[in-house]
Write a protein that binds this ligand. Sequence first.
Ligand SMILES: Cc1cc2nc3c(=O)[nH]c(=O)nc-3n(C[C@H](O)[C@H](O)[C@H](O)COP(=O)(O)O)c2cc1C
Length: 258
Amino acid sequence: MKIAWCITGAGHLLKESFEVFRTIKKGVRDLAHETSNLKPKTSQERELKITIFISNAGVEVLRMYGIFDKLKEISNGDYMEEIFTEPEQGSSSPKAGRFSLKKYDAVVVSPATSNTVAKIAYGIADSLVTNVVSLAMKACIPVYIVPTDGSPGKVSSEMPYSIDRDKCKGCDDCEPRDRCEKGAIYGAPIPQIDLLRCDGCGLCRELCPYDAINGGVVEIKAREIDIRNVERLKKMEGIIILERPEYFFFFYKKEKLC
Ligand SMILES: Cc1cc2nc3c(=O)[nH]c(=O)nc-3n(C[C@H](O)[C@H](O)[C@H](O)COP(=O)(O)O)c2cc1C
């Protein structure tokens, strides 16, 4: 089975999406190891390949949450197990041509930002992920989408690291600032975090004696327009909307769409 996993710039459901694909990959690897004496040539590990396609915002947000470097656990760089980003794929996304050649069984966009959802809903294909979806649909490959803003009501979402200005004491010798390997913490007396430099390693959080650095959880309410766009996607042939990334394996069916 060959899956294209597309990641967009969403913090909501990002860790959950990562855990799903890591678990799938690890589960299949363990199974392959157990059965390797019996069937080395047809191990399921060889069967499951996951290629990762990441939007520009996706790269930034993955770093902020400390996940970017861990993606290698899922896609090791071999053929059909690469990690593709927008800068290397230019404006025309040549690797998305693999979908026209029907090299994948399914596409999963998880998490899908409201920006990417809106583009797909209106047929726009001007980025790596929207190109993947467009070409997959044209090749009748099923596209599973996990939107971050798909239903009314509030959802809780974990934030990247920030400095709690009520707790920060503005120390002259601020260890989190001075020891951050990425130089992502700057300013005085109360410093700030430059999230585009942060790689979510969490060292600063451990170093602050006043517990002033945290991710924290916020509540977010989806906009009506985003919910409408998700409804629009539900009506599109070949697109399956999932509320959570974990549902992918319950819903996945090997089927020929056209
Ligand atoms: C920390 C962080 C978390 C974000 N989480 C979300 C999210 O959950 N859902 C969303 O629609 N946009 C979210 N965004 C905003 C998107 O990254 C932004 O709209 C971006 O342009 C989306 O581009 P893309 O769809 O090409 O990935 C987040 C941004 C940041 C910095």
